[in-house]
Structure formats: structure tokens, C-alpha cells
Design a protein around this ligand. Sequence first.
Ligand code: NAP
Length: 310
Amino acid sequence: MEHIYDVTILGAGPAGLTAALYAARAKLDTLVIEKGQDGGQIAISAQVENYPGQPAEGESGPQLTARMAQQALRFGAIRASDEITAVDLAGDVKRLTGRKAVYLSRTVIIAAGARPRPIGCENEAKFVGTGISFCATCDAPFFRGLDVYVAGGGDSAVEEALYLTKFARRVTVIHRRDRLRAAKGLQERAFANEKMAFLWDSVVERVDGDGFLSAITVRNVKTGERTTIRADGKDGLLGLFGFIGYEPNTELFKDALPLEKGYIPTDEDMRTALPGVFAAGDIRLKSVRQVVTAAADGAIAAIQAGRYLE
Ligand code: NAP
């Protein structure tokens, strides 16, 4: 007979790993399925410093994730590396079809998170990996001593721009308004950093280069004026990092669950519209997306899954 898990969690970011910790520690037969690396969005965060209990100086996203994963596995959660391609969530036993196996479970916690939103400029796809990146932790060393541009004005853009100053000659934030959305503390650090510059009221319209990115055309949204920034002749290469928000990974659920603005609505106990199906973390319709709120969602979802099973 096929094995039926008590709780199956989709996604091993802070929400999924916390759900796994709570479910496994409550002695529920718990499976976590992740298609890529653990950590979700913080897997590509150079520094996390506002999760309670961390070292005061902060630590990298992967370091924090590794501790979360170890803790969940220590209590007996099982981890599978697989990509789920179809779901049947309606019955008492939920069926998740992956590339490697089919998984059956009495409850499902969807913690599949979100992915970076593309910058949206002309020629973008041609230069992803050859000048355009969405992960400072992964790619900053490639831009050592070069000029780097960051699209966006939120916490991610400013935090990652600050990290990039450790490598780049100069980091210029291109923001569509004349003031940042990022937290005040981050803004203060950015304005005080001599390597940081700001291009206000501007969006990236187009990127060019011969193999590698060497020109960025920005448009001033107030005046309509276009300016092309070219790589220094000796460098021959520019960096452009995109941090203009995220899009939820909900494609798999669009026929199974009602979505709102692309996200999964839940009640405050993380219940979705389907009995036994919960959602937690960045994939959920909500207003605050932090590591600590994702973790809280995961804990609530796991506790409620346990109550549902009772
Ligand atoms: P965000 O807060 O949604 O900010 C996105 C930024 O990109 C905004 O400045 C926005 O401009 C700009 N933007 C959006 N669409 C654009 C477009 N089409 N063209 C140009 N610019 C565009 O995203 P985020 O910074 O990635 O943060 C996501 C969530 O994670 C937030 O809740 C954030 O607080 C949280 N986060 C927290 C931390 C931390 O606490 N340390 C770190 C990272 C992220 P406008 O300002 O004009 O809207």
C-alpha cells in the first residue's frame, strides 16, 4: 500500500522549514518537498540581521537556513528533492505528482514562496547570467572592481546594493521614484556609503552588449529623457541586479484554489479554501513578508494541520 504522510510541506524556505519543525516535533509523519536549494528567498540573501536570536552582526541567508533545516530534520521530518508538477488537493487524501514520485498526504502546507520579478526591460533575457543577476550573494564576486547598477528601491534593493559595495567600484541604485521604500535604517547606511549613488525617477528601459552586458539605457519617468550608461572602456562589462519585488509561485495551484492578486488567501489560521490544505509564507496574501512572519505562518499552519488531523 502506498504510504500516506500526515503532513506534506511544499517548499523549504523559512515558512516550510518551520512548519516541518512544528509538525515533526508534534510526532506527525512529515515530508518536506523542495525542488531546488533550501531557503527560498533568503537562500540568495547576503545578510539577514532581523530574525530573532541570530548573532547581532547578522549572518547569511544560507547559514540561517541550514540551522532551520537541521532542526526540522533532527525531529524526524523527511526531506525529498523533487518538483511537483500536478496536485489533487480536493479529497481526504491529497495527491502530489512529482517528477520522481507521487506523494500522498492527509494535509498539505503550501510554502512555495515567490521568485524575483524580472526587471522588464528590452533584451533582458539575453543578458541574464552575462551581466544581469537577481542574486548578489551568488554573483557579486564576478563584478569585483566594476560599476554595478541595482534596479529597485525597497529593502532588498538597498540591502543587496550595500552588500555589492564590498565588491564593486561603485553601486548605483536606479529607482522609479525620488525616495526609497526601504527601511529608514537601511537608507541611512546607504546614503552614508561613499560607494553608493542614486539615479532617481528612473527605470531601466533597455540593455545591450556584445555577449556581455555593457550598456544600460534608463528613462527618466518625469522628463522622458533617455540616457545610455556605457561600461568603462577598460572594464568592457557592467553589472545590473534586479530587486523590484517578487511574484508568487502559484501557477501549480491556479485550478485547485482561489487566488487573489496571484497569491493564496487564507484565514488567520493559514487555512485555504480547501479542508486540510494550508498556505504559509510569501505565497500567502498578506502585507508583511519577513523571515519572522514566514516562520510564524509555518508554525501556525503545522499546528492547525495537527488539529485538523485530530
Ligand atoms: P518591495 O518592497 O515590493 O519593493 C520593490 C521595489 O521595486 C520598490 O521600491 C518598487 O518601487 C520597485 N518596483 C516595483 N515594480 C517596479 C517596476 N516595474 N519597475 C521599477 N521599479 C519597480 O520588494 P523587496 O524589496 O524585494 O521586498 C519584498 C518584501 O520582503 C518586503 O516586504 C520587504 O520588507 C521584505 N524584505 C525585508 C528585508 C529585511 O527586513 N531586511 C530584506 C529584504 C526584503 P516603489 O517604491 O515605487 O513601489
